[in-house]
Design a protein around this ligand. Structure first.
Ligand code: DGT
Ligand code: CA
Ligand code: CA
Ligand code: ZN
Length: 571
């Protein structure tokens, strides 16, 4: 992992504290500029520092480069330590609240002595914010809402981040010769959107050696408990990791138990009881005799059930389906034949179209759709009709060049305007292979207005896909107010596909929405919305979420061969 995000955070905190201190108007701006350029770097900042080329990065001058060097070499920055004593404000924490920026932080610190999320919440609930200059009743409500969103996100970790952390620990542990088996269990195995803590299970010939190595893993910041069969540590990111050593002959029972969910397990245990059996984390027992437990399959089979994929273990009907032998054949990553939503440097993507195509080709895709933003999204440098027409021509040439075996599809992510109209003329839309429409503005519209807006957009006869239908960003922004049932009905009528956006912070639609959508006969497109090469890998998170929504390959149009895909989206 690169240090870029860490460095950006350090610069951001310095900028914020300088602005709150208020001695210099321009210095904070220089730091914010630095944050933006470090955050969008294509290269590891540490590598650049080693070449002594930090000042070559646009926006990084002598002063900032010294700060970055100090941080990379010592893990600390003198200026930041001093600032934190002079201005005892948890600036990053406050800044992460939607609707709260440097100006507000300075104001509430100066006038009310607010220093962190808790004291801000208290003063907001007491109604003290709305009396401040430039801060009305409405902003106060927005801030209270924002704090709720942040709180929900702070306590849990995004699946993608948790899996990355798990992978690091797993790789280190697997190097130990004494480890015979290792599985990640808990909510991570069930691929929930967010993870409370990591649960790792192992079988080992020397448990003490495993525990000793585990508590010293990279990234561990504190040891919560260390015992012969269970240890817990906390990582620098705040994520807790539990490691359990299980006996080899009951590994399946332990894996089943610690995968959860609790609700699923309660039901499974009661099925066992009704059969005169007893199930716990050591096995399935008839009296004293163990009848299953070495592997999970044996447990489910003995209980008269199909083996249940972990993504379904939420007691949402999977047990009944498993009893009837009717569990769906869930989508798998190998079923995916292409990606229908991606960006390039034509709008706000980081890579050129050629770079994105090379990366997509390496994934063995049969087709790949390039879908940059359109004109009303000015911050993303969206395309107008003339740029889009040029893009269409360019893609025709790229297809003709024969450089890529896959078919390059002509697309756009077209903005839905305030009234539900689109910001590209129909005569241009009609020349595209795949038209995705999305909401990127006025996200606070009332439910009625938002539903009307989206439905009207879906009525346009050139529209194929509704992008990230609820607009949520996990831990950052709630879903828009929208009547999804009506949206689904309209989509069904006008033959529009729903997107499952695989971006780890979006995962939009969620599992419940997906199930509702396919029940109505809608089709789904699982798309990465990649803005850079590395994000093409996010397809896996879309597939996990699709599985949690009970989707089979037949429900997902980008599992189809090109010909069938084109037929499926044809209006
Ligand atoms: P999380 O960590 O909040 O994202 O969710 P989980 O599901 O990973 O929950 P966690 O870490 O507390 O426990 C891991 C699994 O262990 C859980 O899914 C089921 C099992 N488990 C834990 N406590 C209990 C319990 O009291 N009863 C039963 N039946 N199972 C439990
Ligand atoms: Ca857990
Ligand atoms: Ca746990
Ligand atoms: Zn979008």
């Amino acid at each position: 992992m690169t240090k870029n995000a860490e460095v950006a955070r350090v610069l951001k905190e310095i900028g914020l504290l300088l602005e709150i201190e208020g001695k210099d108007k321009f210095k904070p701006l220089a730091y914010y500029r630095g944050v933006r350029s470090i955050a969008s770097l294509g290269e590891d900042v540490e590598t650049i520092a080693k070449r002594d080329a930090l000042t070559d990065i646009p926006g990084i001058g002598k002063g900032l480069s010294e700060v970055i060097k100090q941080y990379l070499e010592t893990g600390e920055v003198e200026l930041l330590t001093e600032l934190r004593t002079r201005v005892p404000v948890k600036a990053l924490e406050l800044d992460s609240i939607p609707g709260v920026g440097p100006k507000t932080i300075k104001l509430v610190y100066d006038k009310l002595g607010v220093t962190d999320l808790e004291s801000l919440e208290r003063t907001a609930n007491e109604g003290k914010l709305s009396g401040l200059p430039g801060l009305g009743e409405k902003t106060q409500i927005q801030i209270i809402e924002g704090i709720k969103v942040v709180r929900a996100g702070l306590e849990r970790t995004l699946l993608a981040d948790a899996m990355l952390a798990a992978e690091g620990i797993e790789n280190a542990l697997r190097k130990l010769k004494v480890i015979k088996k290792l599985e990640i269990a808990g909510s991570t195995r069930r691929r929930r959107e967010t993870i409370g803590d990591l649960d790792i299970l192992v079988v080992a010939t020397d448990p003490e050696a495993v525990m000793a190595a585990f508590v010293k893993s990279d990234g561990v910041s504190s040891i919560q408990a260390q015992g012969p069969t269970k240890s817990s540590v906390r990582l620098g990111s705040g994520l807790q990791v539990d490691l359990r050593v299980l006996p080899d002959d009951s590994f399946g029972a332990g894996l089943q138990y610690f995968t959860g969910s609790v609700d699923h397990n309660v039901r499974i245990r009661s099925i066992a009881q009704k059969m005169g059996l007893r199930l716990n984390e050591y096995g399935l027992f008839k009296g004293e005799k163990k009848v299953a437990g070495e592997d999970e399959e044996g447990i489910y089979k003995t209980l008269g059930l199909q083996w249940v994929p972990p993504e379904l273990r939420e007691d949402k009907g999977e047990i009944e389906a498993a009893q009837r032998g009717e569990l769906p054949a869930l989508l798998s990553k190998d079923d995916i034949r292409g990606d229908l939503h991606s960006h390039t440097d034509q709008s706000d993507g980081k890579n050129t179209i050629e770079e994105m195509l090379d990366a997509a080709q390496a994934l063995n895709y049969e087709y790949y759709c390039v879908s940059d933003h359109t004109q009303s999204l000015t911050i993303a440098n969206g395309m107008d009709e003339s740029r889009l027409l040029k893009r269409i021509e360019e893609i025709d040439e790229l297809n003709a060049s024969g450089r890529w075996k896959m078919r390059i599809l002509k697309g756009a992510e077209v903005d839905i305007l305030a009234d539900g109209g689109l910001d590209i003329e129909d005569c241009v839309l009609s020349q595209l292979d795949v038209v995705t429409v999305s909401i990127h503005s006025r996200m606070k519209d009332t439910k009625g207005t938002m539903t009307e807006r989206v439905c009207r957009a879906l009525e346009n006869s050139h529209v194929h896909i509704l992008g990230h239908p609820t607009g949520r960003l996990i831990g950052k922004r709630s879903e828009f107010e929208i009547d999804l049932e009506r949206v689904f009905e309209t989509a069904q009528k006008h033959h529009v596909v729903m997107e499952l956006n695989a971006y780890p912070q979006r995962l939009d639609l969620n599992a419940g929405n997906l199930r509702a959508a396919i029940k109505m006969g809608l089709k789904i497109a699982v798309n990465t919305d990649a803005h850079r090469i590395s994000e093409l890998e996010n397809m896996q998170f879309g597939v996990f979420q699709a599985r949690r929504g009970w989707l089979t390959s037949n429900d997902v149009i980008n599992t189809y061969h090109l010909k069938e895909l084109m037929k499926a989206i044809k209006k």
